[in-house]
Design a protein around this ligand. Sequence first.
Ligand code: PLP
Length: 377
Amino acid sequence: MIYFDNAATAPVNKSALEAALPFMSGQFGNPSSAHTKGRTAALAIMRAREQCAAAIGAHSEEIIFTSGGTEADNLAVHSAAILGRKLGKKHIITTAIEHPAVLNSCKALEDFTLTVIPPNSNGFVTASQIEAAITAQTILVSVMTANNEIGTIQPISEIGSICRSHGVMFHTDAVQALGAVPINVDEMCIDMLSASAHKLGGLQGTGMLYCRSGTAISPLILGGGQERGLRSGTENTAGIAAFGCAAENAVQNIPEKQRKISEMRDALIRELKKIPNSQLNGGEPRLCGNVNMSFAGVQGESLVLALDISGLCASSGSACASGSGEPSHVLRAIGLSGQMLDGSLRLTLSSENTMDEVREAAAIITQAVSRLRRLCE
Ligand code: PLP
């Protein structure tokens, strides 16, 4: 089985799993308990908080652990909205290619004005587009670091410094970017950042929101006051311990990983471009592991099923994650329509993949596309 769906979820790191296991067996204490088992769990969370903070150049008290990237995005937008209402600033700027966790959180704010910046046909927004949209009413700018479908990496430092100079809060969804590109919240002027453990070798169901010290955070989940009252609920100690370890590992040797993975990505793109009536979606800079291609005359979902039968795990951009059958809002935003929109395929590689797998996958895809096209003739 060849696994080219790392953007959906990445394999769990061996060391992250080892970090989690004690808290799923003998060390099962509640981190709020005063006894030894509780204190052991609390210590593990403290260490993970330091590891996650270090991965983005932050301080540990600026990290709020959540149930994943979705909750982190919701918490960021919700907190900005509460502050915006207090200050009488009810305008938010985001982009048309954000993950639904950001887009839908923004759209749910019925009393806010939302400016949704369109990307160009390569999948990029610019800092000047953001600057032109800022008004005296703007409370938040939210722009993802890297896109989950087409892998495009946005000019986050430039956008961050524009926001800083206008006194506007800047949030970035770095769920796909953390571990793939270097991130430093100070250098990039980021006020809030979302990340998710299962995209970088941790476990599903754990994430974090980084909040620059002094940023007003309003909890979405009220209860026993965990996470300094900002995210109640007994902590997922195992998941958090794994996240800390995975985040620490993920940010090691990024340039070396980028070199190895982008070599495989570029070889795969070269092979897939040989398929007639195909196109690469999204431009450079793109995540080192991301390939998003369209093949005219093929349904993306049928292609994914055909590839699965041949032992290749991939995903399609033609239906959204909920399985509603709606075409990808990202591909539409960069101008795809018709057959190119319907026939998209996302392949996302990691450093655990090999060049042999790339060659084999290219052959499998080439055969599957021509078989499906013959069926449709
Ligand atoms: N943001 C982006 C860019 C994503 O790719 C994802 C997941 O695919 C999320 C947010 C949601 O993260 P989670 O699965 O941890 O809720």
